[in-house]
Design a protein around this ligand. Structure first.
Ligand code: ADP
Length: 390
């Protein structure tokens, strides 16, 4: 993006220079400014139309630092008020450019001009415009790009940290095994723990792949009719072993025969994550209920548990990547910290949403709300195959 702004800015500066040169030949003594500001030198012909189509903020200053022309973006961002350039840093840059004729690039922060508005970060390019001391200022708002970059940096740092933990543990375990070579019982115990760490690494990589697949906000590649009953059953089958190990009963209920339009694998992945969590964060001998119901033009699938619940202050953060209420507990249960982020993106990819209700000590209910196939949630009798039921 920075490159494209630089390229665009370069092109505009070049184009304006040509326009100016032609203008000098055609009308060297033009006197009045096109926008009514008396400046002694008018805006070169054609410059105004080029500036009008620019998406970025563009300002032309005259030899006395007065604004000859400003795009509406420049005014909206508060860079220009009346015939004055408001950012002192930008004005200083414009003066330097006027003095030595050198094109300059920089980054500046401009305080929000409305109450409560944050600072805007601009990539700016300032160039001389002809021989009347006019200066062209182009400024591109890059606040959003900066924010996205920061999120990406954080994510890479988090991923590296998460990868380092199991890899470090595996390396330590390998050393320990070497030292315990003459103790077969210890070797077997440490080898078992190494396998656990390898499995953890594998889950993390799998989750990262799933997340990167759905995160691009691209449409689902091969959507189709998805039977909710089948998706729920697949997810339950997958979680059964972990549930039985804690004597947790998995129960299904609600309306059968509902369908959505989407990707069955992604839906199963989302449900599996919700059921896995319900099992992981519940004590032994409890119940996890998965229930399905039509809700207007959507289908609601909820997963309820009688587990530890989530503190209220953490509720709005649990869908963030790598956020855990209790990192040690998540690690003990083999969690990657990505499960709910995946659920959120799967819901979004289906134009749906996920919500949570929870009470500490009582349990949690996660609800996926997805648009029903065909616009209304109608049950299809199980005897009719999906393809025939259009
Ligand atoms: P993890 O792999 O750590 O389970 P998730 O993204 O699936 O990561 O969940 C994020 C955090 O939300 C968990 O670490 C846990 O603290 C909390 N959480 C998720 N589901 C439940 C639940 N059913 N009951 C209690 N806490 C939950």
């Amino acid at each position: 993006m920075a490159m494209s702004f630089a390229a665009l800015a370069g092109f505009v500066v070049g184009a304006l220079a040509v326009l100016f040169y032609r203008n000098q030949i055609e009308a060297p003594n033009r006197a009045a400014a096109t926008d009514g500001v008396e400046t002694g030198a008018a805006l070169p012909q054609g410059v105004a139309s080029v500036l009008a189509v620019l998406p970025s903020s563009a300002v032309v200053l005259d030899a006395h630092d007065r604004v000859l022309r400003a795009s509406s973006a420049a005014r909206a961002f508060g860079l220009v008020k009346g015939d004055r350039l408001m950012a002192a840093e930008l004005l200083a840059l414009a003066r330097q450019v006027r003095r030595d004729g050198e094109i300059r690039e920089s980054e500046i922060d401009v305080a929000g001009h409305k109450f409560g508005q944050e600072t805007t970060n601009f990539a700016v390019r300032v160039a001389p415009l002809g021989s009347y001391g006019q200066v062209l200022v182009l400024a591109e708002d890059q606040t959003e790009r900066r924010r996205v970059e920061a999120v990406r940096r954080d994510f890479v740092a988090n991923v590296s940290h998460e990868l380092k933990t199991p890899v470090g543990a595996m390396s330590l375990l390998a050393e320990t095994i070497q030292d315990a070579a003459d103790d077969p019982e210890a070797v077997s115990r440490f080898a078992g723990r190494m396998q656990l760490e390898a499995a953890r690494l594998n889950y993390l990589i799998q989750d990262l792949i799933t997340l990167s697949r759905i995160q691009g906000a691209e449409p689902i590649p091969t959507p189709g009719q998805v039977s909710i009953d089948e998706a729920v059953q697949d997810a339950i089958d997958h979680c059964n072993t972990r549930a039985s190990a804690k004597d947790i009963t998995l129960v299904t209920g609600g309306t059968e025969g509902l369908r959505i339009w989407g990707d069955d694998e992604l839906l199963v992945t989302a449900l599996r994550n919700l059921i896995d969590n319900a099992v992981a964060y519940s004590p032994e001998h409890t119940r996890v209920v998965v229930s399905v119901r039509p809700a207007g033009d959507s289908v609601e699938i909820s997963v309820s548990d009688q587990g530890i619940g989530i503190p209220e202050e953490a509720l709005e953060r649990i869908f963030e990547r790598f956020f855990r209420v209790d990192a040690a507990r998540s690690r003990a249960t083999g969690g990657t910290g990505l499960g709910l982020a995946i659920v959120k993106h799967v819901a979004a990819a289906h134009a749906g949403e996920v919500s949570v209700w929870s009470k500490e000590g009582s349990g949690s209910t996660f609800t996926l709300r997805l648009p029903a196939f065909g616009g209304t949630a109608v049950a299809v009798p199980p005897s009719i195959p999906l393809e025939a039921a259009k």
